[in-house]
Design a protein. Structure first.
Length: 276
């Protein structure tokens, strides 16, 4: 199977064989202008020492869970909706586990001993409330020894037409992330404002060894915003990257408001702004 890899600071792309790592390079003078919107042959895009993984570009059971999240009839079942978000989190955590560092450990069984590679990295999973809670549970099911943190960062419409949003960070509780593998999990990456604010707050708790930013669904505009907030070498993992956002800053085609679909519709935050 061949995949297409991009390099944002050059004028070529290459095809890579996933089985034997053979590569074929091609020149393309305009490829770097539309990296996110250009549909690749696989899920991996390289952006200036930062990878963006889009699982929707490969066939897996994750696509079934995404279809049920999107379907306007099926998504009315809150229990199933939360469960699908959790399942996507667990699958994504498993894929991330393949990229981490391991040390062999000798395990004694009733009949002998065996060396098994076990996770070496110290991990912190930080979640943006409230929509991130079921997503967080999926990661915690896989990385059950990880430390955990929570950030209350939310967006508010700041005009009556609901076309402009502001970001408010109210609460943060996390362990030190210094020299640890940090997973920041938030199911929706729309404008990127709340995640950028969360990243800024979390980096004040130390410089992590590596950041994995994980979301169920993302807009290209949001990816561009968080790229500026993330350190080099970070990876962005998305179950799907959609077309963009509408005037109300919702992802299109998306699936709606994840927090509302998980827990019920909230009172809309509104802040009056001074007349200009």
């Amino acid at each position: 199977m061949w995949c297409r890899e991009f390099c944002a600071n050059t004028t070529f792309f290459r095809l890579k064989n996933l089985k034997n790592d053979a590569t074929i390079s091609f020149c393309h003078s305009d490829i770097t202008k539309h990296l996110i919107k250009f549909v690749p042959l696989c899920a991996k895009i390289t952006l200036e020492n930062m990878e963006v993984i889009d699982f929707s570009k490969t066939n897996s059971v994750m696509n079934q869970y995404m279809a049920e999240l999107r379907d306007r009839n099926i998504q009315k079942n809150r229990l199933l909706f939360r469960h699908n978000v959790k399942r996507i989190g667990a699958l994504m955590a498993y894929e991330i586990s393949k990229t981490l560092d391991y040390n062999p450990k000798t395990v004694t069984t009733p009949l002998g001993t065996i060396d098994i590679p076990l996770l070496k990295d110290d991990m912190v999973i930080d979640t943006v409330l409230r929509a991130g809670l079921p997503f967080h549970e999926g990661f915690l099911d896989v990385f059950d020894k990880a430390d955990n943190g929570f950030v209350s960062a939310f967006r508010m419409y700041i005009n009556r037409e609901h076309t402009e949003v502001g970001i408010h960070t109210e609460y943060i509780a996390t362990q030190s992330v210094k020299n640890k593998t940090l997973l920041i999990v938030d199911p929706m990456l729309a404008t990127g404002g709340s995640l950028a604010a969360a990243i800024d707050s979390l980096l004040q708790a130390g410089k992590p060894k590596k950041i994995h930013l994980c979301c169920v669904i993302a807009a290209p505009e949001g990816i561009e915003v968080v790229k500026e907030a993330l350190p080099e070498g970070s990876t962005i993992w998305c179950a799907a990257i959609d077309q963009g956002m509408n005037e109300q800053k919702y992802i299109v085609p998306g699936f709606g408001d994840c927090g509302d679909l998980c827990y019920g519709e909230k009172l809309q935050s509104f802040r009056k702004i001074a007349d200009k």
